[in-house]
Design a protein around this ligand. Structure first.
Ligand SMILES: C[S@@+](CC[C@H](N)C(=O)[O-])C[C@H]1O[C@@H](n2cnc3c(N)ncnc32)[C@H](O)[C@@H]1O
Length: 443
C-alpha cells in the first residue's frame, strides 16, 4: 500500500466508527473484505487508527478551535481528525498533504478550503494546550471526568492509564499444560513472553503477534484473556465435581477458565441471553479440550429448565453486562458511545440479573458478581442493593479466597476485588463473592 492509501484506509475506518461502528470489529471487517492488504499495512493502519481514537478529544478540541466551531456543533469530520493528527503529532506541512491527498485511486480526495485552513493554522502547534479542559486533556467523556477524579482521589495517573495501550495477556489452559510449559512453547514459536504479576496462569506477550498463526493457540494451550478477567474466574473458586453456572457467559471467556479449574469434572452450564454469543464459545471450548460444558440460552424454550435448577448450583458466576469503563484502554472508541443514562439503565439490568441468578445458588454455595466497569454505581452499589433485598446472602472477602486459592500477595485489601490499569496493570475489574447462608432453624 502506498502511504496515501494507508491514510485513506484510516479515514474510511474513522468514518465507519463515527457512524456507530465498533473499532475492533470495524477494522476486522475492513481487512477481511480487502484480503489484498498485507500484514504490515494492516498493522500500520490499525496503529494509526487506534492512536487517533486515543487522541480524539484533543484533536477535536483543536479542530473546533481553528475552524471556530461552537462547542455544541456535531463532532468534527473523520478527515479533519486525521488531518489534525498528521499535523499535531507528525508535524506534516502543506506539501506533504498535497502529495498524499491527491485524489488518485485509493488515495484521499484533494483538500477542501477548510482543510487547507486547518493545515495552515495548526502548523507548529503541540497536541496538548494549557486551555484544554481536564476531560479533554485526559481523553475521558465530560460526564465521567468528575466521577473518575473522585473515584481515583485526584490521582491523575489513574485517569491517564485509562487511555494507555493495553498489553496482550494469555491464560494458560491448565487442562493442557502448566504456565512454564506454555511459556516455553510460545518462546519456541517466536514470541517474547513473561509471567504476568497476579494470576498464576497469566502470560504477558510483547507486541501484537498474530496469534491465529500460532500452534500454541490452535492446540488450546493458551487463550486470550486479560489478567484481570483471569482473576475473576479464579476467585469463583470452582472445584472439580461441582455444579457451576456461568450465567452471562457470552462467547465463553470465563467458561473456559472455569472448566480448567474444574479439571473437566462436574457440571458447567454456560448461559446467556444471546444464543448467538454462546455459539461463538463452541469452537473455543473444543480447542481448549473442555468436555463438561453445556450451553443453555436464557430463552422461552429453557425457562422451565432454569426454574427447575433453583438452589442447585455450587457456584453461579454473573459477569454482568456493564459500561466497560475498565476496558477503555483496549476500546478507546467505546467511551464516546455511552452516557450517564446508559449507566442508569445498566444498573437496573444488573440488579435484575443478579437477583435472577441468585435463585440458582444452593445453600452454602456462592454467587460471584463481576463487571469490567470501574464505576461504583455498577459495582458496590449493585451489591449493596442486592444484599439489602437478600439477607440470606453474605459477603465472602476476596482477600480470604485469595489467601486460600492463590496464596500470593493479594492485589487488594477489603471485601471486593477492584482492579485498575494503573495500580494493577490489568483492565479495570470488579468482583464480589457472596455466599448463601445456611438456613437458620426457626424453632
Ligand atoms: C460482560 S459480557 C460477558 C463476557 C463473558 N463472560 C466472557 O468472559 O467472555 C456480558 C454478557 O451478558 C449477557 N447478558 C445481557 N443481558 C443478560 C441477561 N438478562 N441475562 C443473562 N445474560 C445477559 C450479554 O449477552 C453478554 O454476553
Amino acid at each position: 500500500m502506498k502511504p496515501g492509501a494507508r491514510l485513506q484506509a484510516v479515514a474510511e475506518l474513522l468514518e465507519d466508527i463515527a457512524s456507530g461502528g465498533v473499532a475492533d470489529a470495524a477494522a476486522s471487517r475492513y481487512f477481511r473484505e480487502r484480503r489484498y492488504i498485507g500484514s504490515k499495512d494492516r498493522s500500520s493502519v490499525a496503529e494509526r487508527l487506534f492512536a487517533i481514537l486515543r487522541r480524539r478529544a484533543r484533536l477535536d478540541w483543536w479542530v473546533n478551535r481553528i475552524l471556530e466551531r461552537s462547542p455544541d456543533s456535531p463532532p468534527p469530520a473523520a478527515r479533519h481528525r486525521l488531518i489534525a493528527d498528521l499535523i499535531l503529532v507528525d508535524n506534516w506541512g502543506m506539501q506533504k498533504f498535497l502529495d498524499s491527498f491527491d485524489g488518485e485511486k485509493h488515495h484521499p480526495a484533494p483538500l477542501s478550503r477548510a482543510e487547507k485552513t486547518l493545515i495552515e493554522k495548526l502548523a507548529d502547534q503541540p497536541l496538548d494546550h494549557p486551555e484544554m479542559p481536564r476531560w479533554v486533556r485526559f481523553e475521558v467523556p465530560e460526564w465521567a471526568e468528575g466521577k473518575l477524579t473522585e473515584l481515583f482521589e485526584n490521582d491523575d495517573a489513574e485517569l491517564a492509564a485509562l487511555n494507555e495501550n493495553a498489553p496482550l495477556d494469555l491464560r494458560t489452559n491448565r487442562l493442557k499444560c502448566d504456565r512454564d510449559a506454555a511459556m516455553e512453547a510460545l518462546k519456541e514459536q517466536g514470541l517474547t513472553v513473561e509471567a504476568a504479576p497476579w494470576s498464576p496462569l497469566a502470560i504477558r506477550v510483547e507486541g501484537r503477534p498474530a496469534l491465529g498463526n500460532l500452534p500454541a493457540f490452535h492446540e488450546g494451550i493458551v487463550e486470550v484473556q486479560d489478567e484481570g478477567s483471569q482473576l475473576v474466574a479464579l476467585l469463583a473458586d470452582a472445584k472439580p465435581g461441582q455444579w457451576v453456572m456461568d450465567y452471562c457467559a457470552g462467547a465463553g471467556g470465563k467458561t473456559l477458565a472455569l472448566a480448567a479449574e474444574m479439571e473437566n469434572k462436574g457440571r458447567l452450564v454456560a448461559s446467556d441471553i444471546s444464543a448467538k454469543r454462546l455459539m461463538r464459545a463452541v469452537e473455543r471450548l473444543r480447542r481448549a479440550g473442555v468436555h463438561n460444558a453445556e450451553r443453555r440460552p436464557l430463552d422461552g424454550e429453557h425457562a422451565q429448565w432454569f426454574k427447575r435448577q433453583a438452589g442447585k448450583f455450587d457456584r453461579v458466576v454473573v459477569d454482568a453486562p456493564c459500561s466497560g469503563t475498565g476496558t477503555w484502554r483496549r476500546n478507546p472508541d467505546m467511551k464516546w458511545k455511552i452516557g450517564p443514562e446508559d449507566i442508569a439503565e445498566l444498573q437496573v439490568k444488573q440488579r435484575e440479573i443478579i437477583a435472577a441468578a441468585s435463585k440458582l445458588v444452593k445453600t452454602g454455595g456462592r454467587l460471584v458478581y463481576a463487571t469490567c466497569s470501574i464505576l461504583p454505581e455498577e459495582n458496590e452499589q449493585t451489591i449493596a442493593g442486592f444484599l439489602a433485598d437478600h439477607p440470606d446472602f453474605q459477603v465472602v472477602p476476596v482477600t480470604k479466597i485469595w489467601a486460600e486459592r492463590i496464596g500470593t500477595e493479594c492485589p487488594v485489601e477489603g471485601d471486593f476485588l477492584r482492579l485498575s490499569p494503573k495500580k494493577h496493570g490489568t483492565d479495570g475489574f470488579f468482583t464480589a463473592v457472596l455466599e448463601k447462608k445456611p438456613q437458620t432453624s426457626t424453632t
